[in-house]
Design a protein around this ligand. Structure first.
Ligand code: CO
Length: 368
């Protein structure tokens, strides 16, 4: 048994007690991994971890995952179901509920079809949300988690380096992405933390643009936004470079974003409200005259999920604590000129901040 995992389960059970949740059904792969050490994406099949207040833990997985789940998890009760039978029989046999049972589910992770199925199968009506419990638990990262995040950040830095080295006028966004991911896989990286983004020219002004066959041209901004997964933990970095010489306005907005990002990083320390980090970047960009072109929050928590708590926005009154990990990524997006975003991953220390991603933030002029 892994003591770290036991501790997490104990803390989660205590939270359930406080919230008077009798039975929890955890279905999100990252939360199952967080509590058991076993990760799998079951796609359309059912996968669930039942935790009851009596202390019973039961993991139900598709049969094809059962062997792995037994090996990797810290659990004694792991059941597999076949595609033909489905999980109904196992659940009926092993899960004791009454009409009044208060069942916790992750509302943002479970679909309506599954809820209807559970209602019918278990004859229960009281559903509660487990998400705030997991948010609370996962908000503060321990040393082992921070080590994985640090390693993921290291490979995010390498990924940007590979991308920049392969930039050349005439190449397409997708070609650059292929090069980055090919090189990373050769270095043993299993997967990216989200679809790699390389956006060029006016498309760099779309924070969620879709890379395509667009060819890189002189005078374009090229925006990289990418990350990798190491031991389940995600990194997330953005860098923006220019092909050749920047125009006056391109240089201007780059300098503003860079300064706003730096100031926001320097703001971070324990015991101040999270909103202060966002407001620092936002006020700087607004004073420079580009407030209306900074169209998203300053950052998001980072961990087993690419977006988790805390959310770094201007109204978040939550207090920053040591061990929180999040991104700081202000941007300015001008539809006719392109966009600049600079993003780092940071860990809150006892008196300030440690920046995990270290790739240079000088404005790189490619081909110069
Ligand atoms: Co991000």
């Amino acid at each position: 048994m892994d003591k770290r995992l036991d501790k997490r389960i104990e803390r989660f059970m205590n939270w359930m007690k406080r919230e008077q949740i009798d039975l929890a059904l955890v279905t999100s792969p990252t939360n199952i991994y967080y509590l058991t050490g076993f990760y799998s994406n079951p796609h359309e099949r059912f996968m669930g971890l039942f935790l009851s207040l009596t202390g019973d833990l039961l993991l139900i997985v598709p049969e094809l995952d059962q062997k792995q789940a037994i090996e990797k998890s810290n659990l004694t009760h792991v059941f597999g179901f076949s595609d033909a039978e489905g999980p109904d029989g196992i659940i009926r046999k092993h899960i004791q509920v009454s009409h009044n049972t208060r069942l916790g589910i992750e509302q943002g992770n479970i679909n309506y079809k599954t809820v209807l199925w559970l209602q019918r199968l278990l004859q229960i009506e009281n559903f509660l949300n487990l998400e705030s419990g997991f948010n609370e638990l996962r908000l503060i990262k321990d040393e082992t988690e921070i080590k994985s995040l640090q390693e993921a950040a290291y490979f995010a830095d390498r990924a940007v380096e590979i991308g920049i080295q392969s930039l050349q006028s005439g190449k397409s966004e997708l070609e650059i992405i292929a090069e980055i991911e090919y090189q990373l896989k050769k270095q043993g990286i299993e997967r990216m933390s989200f679809d790699t983004m390389v956006l060029t020219g006016k498309k760099s002004a779309l924070p969620h643009g879709k890379p395509g066959k667009d060819k890189i041209q002189e005078g374009d901004f090229v925006l990289f936004d990418l990350g990798v997964v190491v031991n389940g933990y995600c990194s997330d970095i953005s860098r923006t470079v220019i092909m050749g010489n920047p125009s006056e306005e391109q240089r201007k907005i780059y300098t503003i974003v860079r300064q706003a990002q730096q100031l926001a990083i320097e703001t971070v320390k324990p015991n101040i409200p999270i909103k202060q980090v966002d407001l620092t970047a936002r006020e700087y960009i607004s004073k420079a005259g580009y407030g209306e072109y900074f169209i998203h929050r300053t950052g998001h928590g980072l961990g087993l999920d690419i977006h988790e708590s805390p959310s770094i926005h201007e109204k978040n009154e939550e207090i920053i604590k040591q061990g929180m990990v999040f991104t700081i990524e202000p941007g300015i997006y001008l539809p006719q000129i392109g966009g600049v975003r600079i993003e780092d991953d940071v860990v809150v220390t006892d008196n300030g901040v440690h920046v995990l991603t270290t790739f240079t933030k000088e404005l790189l002029q490619i081909g110069k």
